[in-house]
Structure formats: C-alpha cells, structure tokens
Design a protein around this ligand. Structure first.
Ligand code: FAD
Length: 470
C-alpha cells in the first residue's frame, strides 16, 4: 500500500486525509498555516471557514441537501463535525466556525495514520499519489508549480471567463512557464447572477442580437428613462459586501462590478453592460434607453445569466435591486453575483471524472481549486479525491460516481463543461441530468430527482466499498 500526500488542510484536504486514513492508507498532510499565512484565514486551524458560517440549505429535496445527504452516506467527517457544531439557522446548516475548525484539527491531528507537516509545499512529484487541495488562496510558489503541471495536455485551454469582458485578460494557462506572473493561476473571479428561466416575465422582454448579427439568442430587458433612473438610484445606495484588508481588490478594468461603474456617473452603465445601441425593441422600433441582456446558461435553457452584471452587493440588496429590472420583478436567482480572488484550474481540460490529472493520474485536485464553488462542494470533492487516492494507493482503478447523483453531476461539470467558458459552480439541480419524462411540478420534480440520485449513489458506494477493500 502506497502513501498519499495531501497538500492543504482546508475543507477539502482535511476530508481527503480522513477518507484515506479510514481506508487504512497512510497520509502526509501538508498545511502552510500558521508558518505562512493567507490573506483570508485568521488562524492556524484546519478547515477554517473564511467568510460565512453557512453550509447551505438542509431542507429535504433541495440540491444542497442532496449533496449533503450523499456525503453523509459516504461517511464525511467534516459534515458529521458540522452537525455537532450546528447553530440555529432556520432551514440551513450553519456552524460555530471556531468550534468546527478546532474539532476538525483535533480529530485529524489525532489520527495515527495522518502525519501533519506544517510547511508550505512548493513542488509536486507527479509519481507520488498527491491530492492538491490548496484552495482559492493557493500560495504563489505552488501556483507556479501547478502551472508547470498544467502545461502538459493543456493546449487550447483558457481560464474561465465569467464574462465576455474577460476576453482581454491574460489567460494564465496560456502563458509559457517563463512568462507566467507570480499569480499564474490567480485572478479576481467575476461571477454574474443567474436567474431561473421560468421566473422571467416574457411579456416585458424581447429576443434580439445586437445589430441583428447572428441569431437572436439574448433575452433583452428594456428600460425606459424612468426605469433606469429608479434602478440607478437603488444600485448606488445598495450595500456592498464589507471590504476587508484582503479584499482591496485590484479589479481588471474590463470586469468592474456594476456598482463601481455606476459610481463613475449616472450614464456610465448605459455605455457599458447596459448599452442599448443596436438592440431595437420590436414593439417600438427603437432601442430602449438602457437594456439588460440575459444569456442562456445551459443547453436546457432553463437558466440565464445577467451579462456583465458581476457585482459585490450583499445578497439581500442585490435581489431587491435586480428585481427592479423589467421582466425580473419575480425572478428566482440560482446564484447572485460575486467577486473574490480565486485560483482554479481548467478542470475540463486537465482532469478525468475521477479528479485525477489526465497527464499525471497520480495527481488529483480537490476543493475550490478543481473548479467547484462553496464550502460543501469543497468538502465533497475532498471526500471524493480522498476515496480515489486511497483506491490508487491499493493499486486499483477509481470509478467516478454516477452522473445521476449530486456527486457525479458536480464531477461531470468540473470535468466536462465547456473549457472556454469554465467557471466554478455550486451544486444546483441545473447540474443534474434532466428527468425523462419531464415532471412539470417543480417540487415533485426535485423529489423524484433526489430519489433517483440517492439510489444511484448507494449502488456506487457499494461498488466502491468492494474496490477499496480489495
Ligand atoms: C475570501 C473568500 C470568501 C469565501 N466565502 C465563502 C462563503 O462564505 N461560503 C462558501 O460556501 N464559500 C466561500 N468561499 C469559497 C470556498 O468555499 C472556500 O474558499 C473554501 O474554504 C474552499 O475550500 P478548500 O478546501 O478548497 O480551500 P481552503 O479551505 O482555503 O484550504 C486550502 C488550504 O491550503 C493551504 N495552502 C495553500 N497553499 C499551500 C501550500 N503551498 N502548501 C501548503 N498549504 C497550502 C491554505 O493555508 C488552506 O488551509 C470563499 C472564498 C474566498 C477566497
């Protein structure tokens, strides 16, 4: 049985180490804190939650619940500790972050099969079984090393472009090693809000492409001068997420948050993401005063993103402001806009569905760096990479979880999404395969999807249990 090296004892790395150890595999777990700090972590504890303390909805038959339920069935240590440290938070699972991190640190450090090394890793031996779980704030030296590993088999890849406006930003994966800046894989991630298609009021919007070039794929939400002024005033007075020292953001000029653009003048947005030129409204024959464009998010066309609407507003204020857009008065948001520093690889180009590198199958990625977004998703991919690393250590072949499960859908997204537009994702029903035949009622549809997912996942767990024991 070979040893596994895990780099990063955050959410993904701590879970991965535990999964290896519980399968009898010895682990070396490298964590650079507190010797070397990150810009967001405050302590030297493992699994520190850097921002909110919420592990999302615990309501049955929601997508975050489904993923947590699969994690529970797979024996997630961090989820179990989260439940022990839960604080009242309505239908969400929220934790006391200090107790949570200190318990994870204690349990992981006490495990005889896990040897903790408090040092920064800067090199990766591609022949050694290694899980890279260094998160969105991966140290610069290691980011450079990952750049070197990613160079193999990465032709034609791109960094994730949350928006068209990123097109001119340098694509770290495309830089030769000697050209790579210290933040080779790091950039401020801009995420536009995503809205559920059936919550858009179609009577107020129209389909058009700018200057009628190409097919009319965009949904356009037209604004009169009065609509625009009301929206602008609300936007300018909305509350942004508190800016901390580590978030003194050096924005790319091409992906400024909308509230930042708005602060530069009342009409600036009308020359930027809300530009109406070339978008004639068929009902008036003229372009509106301003327009918000929605772009289809997936093949099923059941979700749309608000083009160029990356922003840094608190979620409550964001919902209130965005619902002032004509057609979005009753919008249901699958994701709100966000901006924060992020380091992640181009999973679809670099990874197999098992989270192993295509070019170096002994090297696996887990957590935010593999292209998922969120605490729970990071723990989940850590769990999966840990299981797979343990299987490799026992000279067997890992098998990806089934597509029908939340795990399988997350991994499918990370490894099969369009590499040119790849960006980290949370678990949503959008990632799961559609039901055939389609169930019209939303609640019933989700219930049936969860049931199918859990049944497929249980079969896979049985299979993996056998493979691991072999
Ligand atoms: C500022 C910020 C706020 C966020 N807020 C939220 C939120 O509110 N809710 C949410 O769901 N998600 C949030 N996320 C996204 C994400 O869920 C978290 O970042 C999550 O902690 C990711 O888990 P991880 O295991 O991938 O990385 P981490 O938990 O960050 O763990 C990575 C570990 O690797 C260590 N490390 C880095 N480089 C090296 C190295 N070279 N050698 C050894 N160790 C190294 C780090 O010290 C760290 O302990 C946020 C992200 C950021 C950056």
């Amino acid at each position: 049985m070979r040893r596994v090296r895990i780099i990063g004892a955050g959410l993904a790395g701590s879970e991965a180490a535990w999964q290896c150890a519980r399968r009898g595999v010895a682990v070396e777990l490298y964590e650079m804190r507190p010797v070397r700090r990150t810009a967001a972590h405050q302590t030297g504890d493992f699994a520190e939650l850097v921002c909110s303390n919420s592990l999302k909805s615990d309501s049955e038959n929601t997508a975050p619940w489904l993923l947590k339920e699969e994690m529970r069935r797979a024996g997630s240590l961090l989820l179990e500790i989260a439940r022990q440290c839960a604080v009242p938070a309505g239908h969400a699972l929220a934790v006391d972050r200090t107790t949570f991190a200190s318990k994870v640190t204690e349990v992981v450090s006490r495990e005889p099969l896990i040897a903790v090394r408090r040092e920064e890793t800067t090199l990766v031996d591609e022949n050694q079984i290694t899980v890279i779980a260094t998160g969105p704030l991966t140290s610069d030296a290691l980011a450079g090393e990952i750049g070197r590993l990613s160079g193999a088999g990465n032709e034609g890849s791109n960094v994730s472009d949350a928006d068209d406006s990123w097109a001119e930003a340098p694509a770290p994966h495309q830089l030769a090693a000697h050209e790579a800046p210290p933040h080779a894989l790091c950039f401020y991630d801009s995420i536009s809000p995503i809205v559920e298609a059936d919550s858009i009021d179609r009577s107020k919007v129209y389909l058009a492409a700018r200057y009628d070039k190409g097919t009319a794929d965009y949904i356009n939400c037209p604004m009169s001068r009065e609509d625009y002024d009301r929206f602008y005033d609300a936007l300018i007075s909305a509350e942004s997420v508190e800016e901390r020292a580590w978030e003194k953001l050096n924005y790319f000029e091409g992906c400024l948050p909308i509230e930042e653009i708005a602060r530069r003048g009342r009409d600036t947005l009308r020359f930027g993401p809300m530009k109406p030129v070339g978008l004639r409204d068929p009902r008036t024959g003229k372009p509106p005063h301003a327009v918000v464009q929605l772009r289809q998010e997936n093949l099923r066309a059941d979700s749309y993103n608000l083009v160029g609407f990356q922003n840094h507003l608190k979620f409550g204020d964001q919902g209130r402001v965005l619902r002032l857009i004509p057609g979005l008065e009753n919008a249901r948001f699958l994701r709100y806009g966000q901006i924060h520093r992020n380091t992640y690889i181009n999973g679809p180009t670099l990874l197999r569905a098992t989270l192993q590198m295509k070019a170096y199958p002994n090297v696996l990625f887990a957590g935010q760096i593999c292209g998922v977004e969120g605490y729970v998703e990071s723990i989940a991919t850590g769990l999966m990479a840990g299981i797979h690393a343990a299987i490799i250590a026992s000279d067997a072949e890992p098998v990806a979880p089934p597509r029908a499960s939340a795990f399988g859908s997350l991994m499918h997204y990370v490894t099969q999404a369009d590499p040119k537009n790849f960006q980290p994702a949370n678990i949503t029903f959008d990632l799961l395969p559609p039901l055939e035949p389609r169930v019209r009622d939303r609640q019933e549809r989700h219930r049936v999807q969860c049931k199918a997912a859990l049944s497929a996942f249980d079969s896979w767990l049985n299979r993996v249990g056998v493979a691991t024991a072999a």
